[in-house]
Ligand binder design. Structure first.
Ligand code: GLV
Ligand code: MN
Ligand code: MN
Length: 412
């Protein structure tokens, strides 16, 4: 029998997982290592065990589902994505790639199809990083990062990473523990584009050749708390004024002058956060993206300069810490060709493209040939509860993943 994606089954699974951490506005809140994240991991592990696949997890809570190949000497080909989400995330970011990878495993099993390499579905831990920085934590650890450096990290909700990670691992006792990082033969990830270009060009498939770089900075401006009603301008050390001026200066220059640059302030908080007190301090995050590392360096330098100058103008001080630094990278030309050939063989219109979002594949590409498949999402929306993928596009992406997996896992 020829393995085929069961579109109804895949769409049903996407629907079922959208209930786990569902938000009233139709999205999901399944932030990393939360109760909802644990529930999604459990659901996937149960589905895997029902089909007789082996389930593993490692010390950073990466989850793996394995189907054996015919050549036991070969390391596995990994396919997958993530199950964690943004706080107000969409139901496809991560889930589409993870559940399509599981559908590929089931399609192979249904057809009793043999592959030379074992195939493992990977659900990478904490891809989003919005609760616990850094993002892509699971794939970064899998490819050699030292996890002890993160153990003292505190979440955006004040939770301890070490405790939440331990609880997440303990919530899945039936998964066999194995060390973080094993040799692999390759990695393929299906994901929504999270941008508008495929939809605009009416293309169902993007063949991703590279991922741009990301840098995260945490800025803290320290001033002096004071009475809102009595403190005149000459006496103020107001970190809010400094923060707003610095952010305004950066937004007015970085992106308008460089169309490849992205700069986002996604979180800002004042302490003590009282309506009638000048804040003691203001902290905000900055997410910078660029395909070229020298531009990431230049933008960071401009940001440091703007924050220092605006803080000084308000008699405040600025402190800046990098919480995440990921240079962009190109995928393996051979793996990209495998994905492209899969789209071609299915007669699905496609184009080569660069990813604006970061992905676990970026780290896997450091240890093995990797590539990604994109499908369009409505209005290019993602990191938004309204995120939507046409069912036909979701199924098309899974079909490309199946063909690419078969080709990569049974090299001639
Ligand atoms: C991934 O979620 C990203 O922010 O690019
Ligand atoms: Mn994602
Ligand atoms: Mn995301």
């Amino acid at each position: 029998m020829v393995p085929e994606i069961d579109g109804e089954r895949l769409l049903g699974r996407l629907e079922a997982f959208a209930y786990v951490g569902a938000t009233p506005a139709g999205g999901v809140n399944r932030q990393a290592f939360s109760v909802e994240d644990r529930a999604a991991r459990r659901l996937l592990a149960e589905l895997a065990q029902e089909r007789g696949f082996t389930v593993f997890q490692d010390g950073i809570a990466n989850l793996f589902i394995r189907r054996e190949g015919s050549d036991a000497t070969l390391p596995p080909l990994l396919i997958g994505s993530h199950l964690d989400s943004q706080p107000t995330g969409g139901r496809f970011d991560g889930a589409l790639g993870t559940l399509s990878a599981f559908e590929v495993l089931e399609a192979l099993e249904d057809a009793e199809a043999e592959t030379r390499m074992p195939i493992e579905v990977a659900a990478w831990a904490n891809e989003e990083g919005s609760r616990f920085a850094p993002g892509v934590m699971g794939s970064m650890a899998f490819t050699g990062a030292d996890i002890s450096a993160w153990k003292s990290n505190v979440g955006s909700d004040g939770a301890s990473l070490a405790k939440e990670l331990e609880a997440t691992i303990c919530a899945l006792p039936e998964a066999t523990r194995r060390p973080i990082g094993i040799p692999i033969s390759g990695y393929i990830e299906l994901h929504i584009e999270q941008g508008p270009s495929l939809e605009k060009e009416r293309l169902p498939i993007g063949v991703v050749t590279a991922v741009q770089g990301t840098r995260w900075l945490e800025v803290s401006i320290e001033g002096a708390a004071g009475h809102a009603g009595t403190t005149g301008l000459a006496y103020r050390k107001d970190p809010m004024v400094a923060a707003i001026a610095a952010i305004h200066r950066l937004q007015a220059t970085i992106m308008p002058l460089d169309s490849s640059a992205r700069l986002t302030v996604g979180r800002i908080a004042a302490q003590p956060g009282s309506i009638n007190a000048i804040p003691q301090s203001v902290a905000f995050t900055v997410d910078i993206r660029h395909p070229r590392v020298e531009r990431l360096d230049a933008i960071e330098a401009e940001l440091r300069q703007a924050c220092a100058a605006e803080a000084e103008a308000q008699h405040c001080t600025a402190m800046i810490r990098r919480s995440f630094d990921m240079p962009g990278a190109a995928f393996s030309p051979d793996m990209v060709k495998i994905v492209e050939a899969a789209a071609r063989s299915l007669r699905l219109p496609h184009k080569r493209m660069i990813s604006g979002a970061f992905h676990d594949a970026l780290f896997l590409a450091r240890v093995a040939p990797a590539a990604m498949i994109f499908v369009p999402c409505r209005d290019g929306l993602s990191h938004n509860e309204a995120e939507y993928v046409e069912p036909a596009d979701a199924v098309a992406g899974a079909r490309v993943l199946l063909q690419a997996t078969i080709a990569a896992a049974s090299p001639r």
